[in-house]
Design a protein around this ligand. Structure first.
Ligand code: ADP
Length: 684
């Protein structure tokens, strides 16, 4: 049974495939088809038959009914036009498509061209719609599947079917079919594919799709970047030929085969970290997750790959560092434990707990649980908790000494610390460590004893020096004065030699007196009779300048004193220091020059004041730079009138060192000397 052409087209377009052969539907279609045929047959018979009018009329009515029912039941918009271009009929769908409110009866007799020109504006491209109509009407040949879109974004297909009877053109049919749904579906398919491709290509992950044989079918740009091969290089090649390092190729191939052979229909999304290679042959770590997808009815495997080489290398490095740190901690000769903020153990080293089981057991537990496990009194745990809390609340290291009886029944001393470790200002961990200080402690105790002994001896010595120098002064004064009395009494009876001898003895007594006085001064330094205070060095130098005025004039010396600071020191000490150095600078002058200079000044350093006393005197050989600061050490460079006791610089050294400072000399024989001394700014 051949369905009429138009009907057949409608069936193919609108009727779902499975319904076409449905018996009921088939029957219905046959009926419609027969009606069409009857219509044609009867119209041809009409001319031949000359039956009575009633008969003819009833047939016409019948045909019209059939026609009406057919076109009204069509989903398309149908317009029937005669050979003169006048509208014969249309269905309601047609009126609806063109959005016209006039009735079907009223449209009859209108010229189709007028209608289309008037109403063609409902379509997007009105001009081509109307020009299309004109062209089609000129040609009068069937024209199908022309696509138009109206302003409501609906899509219509326009078909044109001319009607010929025995070679004569009788008119034509316009059929408009709403294909919006179909169009949308098609668009969405195109869009989906387009979007999918875009997604695949712009994904951060490398995406590789292989078929069931493991042959590469898709490879996105990121895969090219991570793995190095261009898609064109790997397309249609075995995956295992490329990205698997030789070392693991065999097990990997087996794995892939097993994976591909798996029959399960559900999606697999394994997330694995594996070693791979890139095009250069370099090993790279990748994270791969694979899903099974159907494409053209066949299983494919889509893998998402991420390069985790940096992360992996970092992890490996971290693991190495962790091991390194643990090795150190495990081998240190100290008890070490790390606690969380709640005093639970996170780590203990073998020195702290010997057995591995206990070490593993204690992680996450505290001292109380440990005591309970060991059946110990928890007194020590209570004490430690107190110290721990103190470290937490003060954010400072808490230190204490534990007395412990060791396995040899010997008392040992452990110095323990809770050290709070902070991150971003918050305590993260508390490090506990303990060191056996038994040895150190006994050494320290001995040292303290020795220091005490030394202190006592020193004090005794100072006392001795003081007493001796004090007590010797009187007999010495007596020796001198009786010698002078003797000289006076004997008067003229003394010859020159006698007088010279007595003179030597008196001079000797004087020198001895000077020695004793210097010794007395030296022994006095360091006695805590004075407190460290603000000392105005300018003032001190003014006083000294006054004292030395006579000497300066006698020796033709220019003493330049630069402004000096106020420092923390002992006033008398600073006085002696400057006085001794200036006295030496004036004393040890060169005879071969007329103008002698002495200059006093300072430089401010970060943590100290650095003073200098500079002269253009006789200078000192470098080999004596150390010796001159030792008690009673004098050099042979002093000539007549430069006699001294060799105590001055020793006194200077003692004064400077008492303030935790330092004294030294820079000098060149024949050019002069500069004595430097440095005093710390803070002497607490
Ligand atoms: P004294 O001045 O009583 O001899 P000091 O301890 O003050 O003792 O000095 C020790 C020695 O250092 C001096 O004998 C002298 O030889 C040398 N000396 C000190 N100051 C100077 C100086 N400014 N120039 C050259 N030599 C010096």
């Amino acid at each position: 049974m051949k369905f009429q052409h138009l009907l057949e087209k409608q069936i193919n377009e609108l009727l779902p495939e499975h319904l076409r052969n449905e018996p009921a539907m088939f029957k219905f279609l046959n009926t419609v088809n027969e009606s069409y045929q009857n219509l044609e047959n009867q119209s041809s018979e009409q001319e031949l038959s000359n039956k009575n009018d009633r008969d003819v009329l009833s047939k016409i009515i019948f045909r019209e009914k059939i026609f009406n029912s057919v076109i009204n039941n069509l989903k398309n918009g149908v317009l029937l036009v005669n050979e003169a271009g006048e509208i014969l009929d249309c269905n309601d769908n047609f009126l609806e498509i063109f959005n016209v409110t006039i009735k079907r009866e009223d449209i009859k007799g209108q010229y189709e061209k007028d209608f289309f020109i008037k109403n063609g504006s409902i379509f997007d491209n009105t001009k081509s719609f109307i020009s299309g109509v004109e062209k089609i009407l000129q040609k009068k040949i069937p024209h199908f599947d022309e696509l138009f879109r109206n302003k409501k974004n609906e899509f219509y297909e326009r078909d044109y079917s001319p009607i010929y009877y025995k070679g004569d053109y009788l008119g034509h049919l316009w059929i408009y079919t709403d294909i919006t749904k179909k169009q949308r579906e098609q668009d969405s398919i195109i869009q989906n594919e387009f979007t999918q491709r875009q997604i695949l290509n712009s994904a951060i992950d490398a995406i590789i799709i292989v078929n069931e044989e493991g042959i590469i079918k898709f490879w996105n740009p990121q895969a090219e970047k991570i793995l190095g091969w261009k898609f064109s290089e790997v397309y249609d090649k075995f995956l295992s030929e490329n990205i698997t390092p030789v070392s693991i190729k065999e097990p990997n191939d087996k794995g892939i085969k097993k994976y591909l052979a798996a029959t399960t229909k559900k999606i697999d999304a394994h997330l694995n970290e594996i070693l791979s290679i890139n095009k250069e042959g370099a090993k790279i770590y990748i994270q791969i997750s694979t899903i099974r997808i159907k494409y053209h009815e066949k299983n494919h495997y889509c893998s998402f790959i991420r390069d985790i080489t940096i992360k992996k290398n970092y992890e490996n490095e971290l693991a190495k560092q962790k091991k390194f740190t643990e090795d150190i901690l495990n081998n240190l000769p100290a008890d070490i434990a790390v606690f969380d903020r709640d005093h639970n153990y996170l780590f203990v080293n073998p020195m702290a707990i010997k057995t591995k089981e206990t070490r593993d057991w204690i992680v996450g537990k505290n001292d109380f649980e440990y005591c309970e496990m060991k059946g110990l009194n928890n007194q020590s745990a209570v004490e430690r908790r107190g110290l721990f809390n103190k470290a937490i609340s003060t954010k400072k290291t808490v230190q204490w000494i534990d007395e412990v009886i060791n396995k040899n029944n010997k008392k040992i001393y452990i110095l323990r610390n809770f050290y709070p470790y902070e991150e971003d200002g918050e305590i993260k961990y508390i490090f506990g460590y303990g060191i056996d200080i038994t040895e150190m402690r006994s050494v320290q105790l001995k040292l303290n004893e020795t220091l005490l002994d030394l202190k006592n001896i020193n004090e005794e010595l100072e006392q001795f020096a003081y007493i001796i120098s004090h007590d010797l002064q009187e007999p010495l004064r007596m020796v001198k004065s009786f010698l002078q009395l003797l000289e006076k009494k004997l008067g003229n009876s003394l010859d020159d030699t006698d007088k010279r001898y007595i003179n030597f003895a008196v001079n000797g007594a004087d020198r001895m007196k000077k020695h004793i006085q210097d010794l007395l001064e030296y022994s006095r330094i360091g006695k805590k009779t004075e407190e460290v205070d603000d000392v105005n060095c300018d003032e001190i130098l003014q006083e000294i300048n006054t004292i030395f005025q006579l000497k300066i004039r006698e020796t033709n010396t220019i003493l330049t004193i630069h402004p000096l600071p106020i420092i923390k020191a002992l006033r008398s000490g600073m006085y002696h220091l400057f006085q001794n150095l200036i006295a030496n600078a004036i004393k040890f002058q060169r005879n071969d020059i007329k103008l002698h200079t002495v200059e006093v000044g300072y430089t401010e350093l970060d943590n100290s004041w650095q003073f200098y006393v500079r002269d253009n005197g006789i200078g000192i050989e470098p080999k004596y730079f150390e010796r001159i600061f030792i008690l009673f050490q004098r050099l042979e460079n002093g000539k007549e009138g430069k006699a001294g006791t060799g105590i001055g610089l020793a006194v200077c050294k003692k004064i400077v060192e008492q303030l935790n400072g330092k004294i030294w000399i820079e000098s060149e024989v024949g050019k002069g000397s500069t004595f430097y001394f440095k005093i710390p700014k803070h002497n607490d």
